[in-house]
Design a protein around this ligand. Structure first.
Ligand SMILES: [Zn+2]
Length: 227
């Protein structure tokens, strides 16, 4: 089987096959259980076809040393999606997914006032079916002991600053440290894959943060939403 991914780079579109062996070399869990990685790739390509499997470290994507772009797995190596430079995975490297989640922009002056700065920082809005959505870039990292340990979903600190939410930790905004979303109560996570965590938990978490950005109190914004 093949596992294609694609991305627009400059004015062109690049398409490649995810190199399973190159990806598995940086993740003990994928090396031990290749079928798990295949399931993740297939599920993500179905539900989040624009997300990329990338080289990560410390729960975040590792930028290309040459141009700063995302490092993907193709043609026998970890290599930059934009300039194709091979990257040497650092000690403690991880597999991460990077991509965008659209979230509805409800009419709220406090939120509208934040949109220009968000757009300038790489968080644009798009309009679809007469509704406006903010595109929020996120990363999801697999811990070494996945699926026995919880996935690590992170917002960028810059994004949190721009929407007026601290990087955590905070029980009222359901944030752990350094931009990590708190999506499960202790002991509640059961090895769920990335696509389902995004759909079942993160989408609601993000919608609550956007309510806070629009002026809703955190205690109201999270009512009935998270664990
Ligand atoms: Zn590059």
């Amino acid at each position: 089987m093949s596992y294609p991914q694609h991305r627009f780079v400059g004015t062109g579109e690049r398409t490649w096959q995810v190199d399973l062996a190159a990806a598995a070399r940086v993740a003990p869990w994928a090396w031990r259980t290749p079928a798990l990685l295949v399931t993740e790739l297939v599920t993500m390509s179905t539900h989040f076809p624009h997300w990329l499997l990338a080289l990560g470290h410390a729960d975040l994507p590792v930028p290309c040393a040459t141009c700063g772009e995302t490092v993907i797995f193709a043609a026998g190596a970890a290599r930059c999606v934009a300039c194709n430079t091979p990257a040497t995975p650092p000690v403690g490297a991880q597999l991460v997914w990077v991509g965008q989640i659209p979230t509805l922009v409800r009419p709220a002056p406090a939120l509208t006032a934040r949109l220009p700065a968000l757009a300038a920082a790489g968080y644009p809005t798009v309009t679809a079916n007469a509704a406006r959505y903010l595109l929020v870039t996120l990363s999801v990292a697999y811990p070494d002991e996945w699926p026995h340990e919880e996935l690590l979903v992170r917002y960028s600190p810059r994004f949190l600053e721009l929407i007026g939410v601290g990087t955590g930790p905070s029980g009222t905004t359901h944030m752990l440290s350094e931009g990590r979303a708190c999506l499960y109560a202790p002991g509640q996570y059961q090895g769920t894959g990335v696509a389902a965590v995004l759909q079942q938990r993160l989408v609601n978490h993000l919608a609550s943060l956007i309510k806070i950005a629009g002026g809703t109190a955190p205690s109201e914004a999270f009512i009935g939403r998270i664990h």
